[in-house]
Design a protein around this ligand. Structure first.
Ligand SMILES: [Mg+2]
Length: 270
């Protein structure tokens, strides 16, 4: 793994400031591997106290939305900062802070039925393989295999593909050591960002989306804001990316957000 051929965000703050050009930033942040270090089991992931504090400061003057593959309820519990917006299940479910009236759920009855049945099938067929974690969320499902022995992973892949084949309303995607099934509707993290910007009337002329993420699904956010926002990839990777900048790890994400919160790069909402 090498550093992507992109400018490093912390070394090009002037350039980022130019891109923001006096507009008010709105932050769209992935959770795992971005504001929280990757952990062996999704349940164990914890956002460092310092990061939570910075997000808390940012929410006072800016829209801050956590955009994650995690279930909405789980994501909300993990972050638990008043004023934060949440886009869970890769953006299929969006909820604003209490009283904001912001809410969205993408997907219908057929998708839900197929997810339930796929979840049951996967639990049943993968029970004998140690380390598999099947996580069923409101509108999607994840099969984590980080803890599965190398020689058993092909069996996990095969089973997931077979189950996906029998669920025509769902599509199979993947991330870092995870398979995912979600509704075959044209929706992703990028559309979630654009939906929320529209819902909150954040216009190109005076708002600048800043999207930060480490995974393949975050690329949809990067593409969505490419022409008028700022996109930052977390981590070293050889894969092609649509991001404009990169940072090394979640610690650097926190350092970057701290710079923003300190008002060095941006101004708050008036
Ligand atoms: Mg991530």
């Amino acid at each position: 793994m090498t550093a992507p051929g992109l400018p490093r965000a912390l070394e090009t703050l002037d350039d980022i400031e130019k891109k923001i050009s006096g507009r008010t930033p709105a932050f769209f942040l992935d959770f795992d591997g971005t504001v929280s270090p990757i952990s062996a089991h999704p349940d164990l992931a914890v956002m460092p106290a310092g990061t939570a504090k910075v997000l808390d400061v940012l929410t006072r003057d800016h829209v801050v939305c956590l955009v994650s593959g995690r279930d909405l309820t789980d994501l909300r519990r993990k972050v638990d900062i008043p004023g934060v917006y949440y886009a869970g299940d890769h953006g299929y479910r969006i909820a604003g802070p209490a009283g904001s009236g912001v809410e969205l759920e993408v997907g219908g009855q057929q998708e839900r039925l197929e997810l339930e049945s796929a979840s049951y099938e996967l639990e049943r067929r993968l029970r004998s393989i140690a380390g598999v974690v099947v996580e069923t969320k409101g509108t999607s499902l994840s099969v984590h295999y980080r803890l599965v022995a190398e020689n058993e992973r092909p069996a996990v892949d095969r089973t997931v593909r077979e189950v996906a084949d029998s669920a025509p309303s769902l599509r199979l995607t993947g991330g870092k050591l995870v398979h995912e099934l979600r509704p075959r509707l044209p929706w992703d993290k990028g559309r979630a960002v654009l939906w929320l910007m529209g819902r909150l009337r954040l216009h190109h002329a005076d708002s600048c989306p800043i999207c930060i993420g480490d995974d393949l699904t975050d690329e949809d956010m990067f593409v969505a804001v490419r022409r008028w926002g700022v996109s930052i990839l977390v981590g070293r990777s050889d894969r092609p990316t649509s991001a404009q900048y990169w940072v090394e790890d979640p610690q650097e994400v926190t350092a970057l957000l701290t710079t923003f919160a300190g008002g060095k790069v941006i101004k708050g909402r008036e």
